[in-house]
Design a protein around this ligand. Structure first.
Ligand code: SME
Length: 161
């Protein structure tokens, strides 16, 4: 057993179940749409109190809707607009306790009250975002953010770019 094997086993042993499930689900496939679709479905069916989970991918100066679970959503979001466009432009996670207080929030499902958007980075470039909405205000805490950011990394590592 080499160093890397030991490190991988230790990492797996301490990981939340959802992260382990995501690694297993995405392993063996490199297609970014297929893996986004499966990860959106895994998140949507595993995380309590959410009403939307999915992806937007960068295309020029916009984000374009990718695979998701939940109500139909707006297709194109300008770079810098809404919670998603802000996460993409700033290259950092947006955790919003009350979407009504977020200037420029784009309401796709009127039931959404809180939201977390994690940028997907490859070699410093934002290739898209992972977006999760909840009907409960302040649904997401720091621990949730750590978990969703880890899921975003699992996704990035699973695809060819
Ligand atoms: N609320 C997002 C738009 C996407 S939907 O939530 C699915 C935003 O403000 O960017």
């Amino acid at each position: 057993m080499n160093h890397q094997d030991v490190a991988e086993i230790a990492e797996t042993a301490n990981e939340p179940l959802l992260l382990q499930q995501a690694r297993a689900l995405l392993s063996g496939e490199r297609d970014r749409i297929a893996n986004a679709a499966n990860l959106a479905a895994l998140i949507f069916t595993s995380v309590d109190d959410i009403n939307w989970a999915g992806f937007y991918f960068s295309q020029g100066q916009q984000l374009v809707l990718g695979p998701f679970q939940g109500q139909p959503a707006c297709v194109r979001i300008d770079w810098g607009a809404g919670v998603c466009g802000t996460a993409a432009k700033q290259g950092c996670t947006q955790r919003v306790d009350d979407v009504h207080e977020f200037d420029g929030h784009i309401a796709c499902d009127a039931a959404s009250r809180s939201e977390m958007v994690v940028p997907l980075m490859i070699e410093g470039q934002v290739i898209g975002v992972l977006d999760i909405d909840s009907p409960r205000p302040a649904r997401f805490d720091e621990q949730d953010q750590t978990l969703i950011e880890a899921l975003a990394r699992v996704y990035i590592q699973s695809i060819d770019g």
